[in-house]
Every structure is written in structure tokens, then in C-alpha cells.
Design a protein around this ligand. Structure first.
Ligand code: HEM
Length: 138
């Protein structure tokens, strides 16, 4: 349930960072920063939920291997967007270079989020992690 929030916030942020790097107005930069900040916070909640779910996966299973990959990729995504935020609020860099670098980080984070999401999907649809079956209800 929680994962939809970081995905939407970061998707908005990535588009806004892209527009900002292309020279869009200061209000677009503001949207990018706020959407990114909200994505970073929402992702932390998704990470806590994900870490709690790990307890129910067999340590030596293929599902745990995929879960570990998923966790590593999502942690990298988080760092990419954190870097984008730091670059967009930093005052040390020249404005256009900072926007360009922030756009590149957000773009990389967005692409990696697709990879991490696919791995998360494997956990649910291939390995049935956190899936309640009808038999469970009986
Ligand atoms: C420490 C970090 C994380 C861990 C350990 C983790 C772990 C898991 C686990 C165990 C699942 C399968 C069961 C479930 O749905 O609960 C899952 C699914 C998923 N996770 Fe994560 N997760 C983490 C972070 C994230 C973040 C930050 C996002 C989003 C930006 C995310 C996106 C997804 C997606 C899209 C799925 C598939 C859900 C579905 O298809 O229903 N995860 N994750």
C-alpha cells in the first residue's frame, strides 16, 4: 500500500527536474524539490514495511536473493534522489550545472526505480511474498 506514494512523488520529481534542467521556471524547481522530499520520506516508510516483511522469507531461498537485490536497488534509488535534492538546494554550485546534475541523478533514480519495482513485482507475483490466498482464509 505504501509503495505508491514514493513512486508517484518521485515520478513527478523526475519530470520536474528534467524540465528544470531544460531551463523551466523557478516554480518547477520548487515542485521538484517538494515532490522529491515527500518521495524520500514516503520511501522510508515503504522501507520499514519492506524490512518487516523480510522476516517471513526463508533466508536460503531464491525469494530472499531477489528481496536483497530489490532492497539494494531501492536503497540506491533513495540515495540518487537524496543527491538530487542536495544538488538542487545547494548554493555552492552554479545554478544551471546544479540543475543539470540534479536532473541526471533524478533520471538515474527513476530508471533504477523501474528495475527495483520489477524485482518487487517478482517477489509478489512469482514467489507469492505477502500474498494472502483463499486457502489462508479457511
Ligand atoms: C529496505 C527497503 C525495502 C525492502 C526490504 C523491501 C521489501 C519488499 C518485499 C519483501 C516485497 C514483497 C512483499 C510486499 O509487497 O510487501 C516488496 C514489494 C515491492 N516493493 Fe519493496 N522493499 C523496500 C523498499 C521499497 C521502496 C522504497 C519501494 C518504492 C519506491 C518499493 C517498491 C516495491 C514494489 C513496487 C513492490 C511490488 C508490490 C506489488 O507488486 O504488489 N520497495 N518489497
Amino acid at each position: 500500500m505504501l509503495i505508491h506514494f514514493p513512486i508517484v512523488f518521485w515520478a513527478v520529481a523526475a519530470v520536474a527536474y528534467g524540465l528544470a534542467a531544460a531551463g523551466a521556471s523557478e516554480s518547477i524547481v520548487l515542485i521538484a524539490k517538494f515532490a522529491n522530499g515527500a518521495g524520500l520520506i514516503a520511501a522510508m516508510l515503504a522501507m520499514v514495511a519492506g524490512l518487516l516483511e523480510l522476516r517471513f522469507i526463508d533466508m536460503s531461498s531464491e525469494a530472499m536473493r531477489v528481496a536483497t537485490q530489490h532492497m539494494m536497488v531501492m536503497a540506491t534509488v533513495w540515495l540518487c534522489f537524496l543527491l538530487a535534492l542536495l544538488l538542487s538546494i545547494s548554493t555552492g554550485l552554479e545554478r544551471s550545472s546544479a540543475q543539470l546534475a540534479a536532473g541526471a541523478c533524478a533520471g538515474a533514480g527513476f530508471v533504477l526505480m523501474g528495475v527495483g519495482g520489477w524485482l518487487g513485482g517478482r517477489l509478489v507475483y512469482e514467489f507469492g511474498i505477502a500474498v494472502k490466498t483463499r486457502r489462508d482464509d479457511r
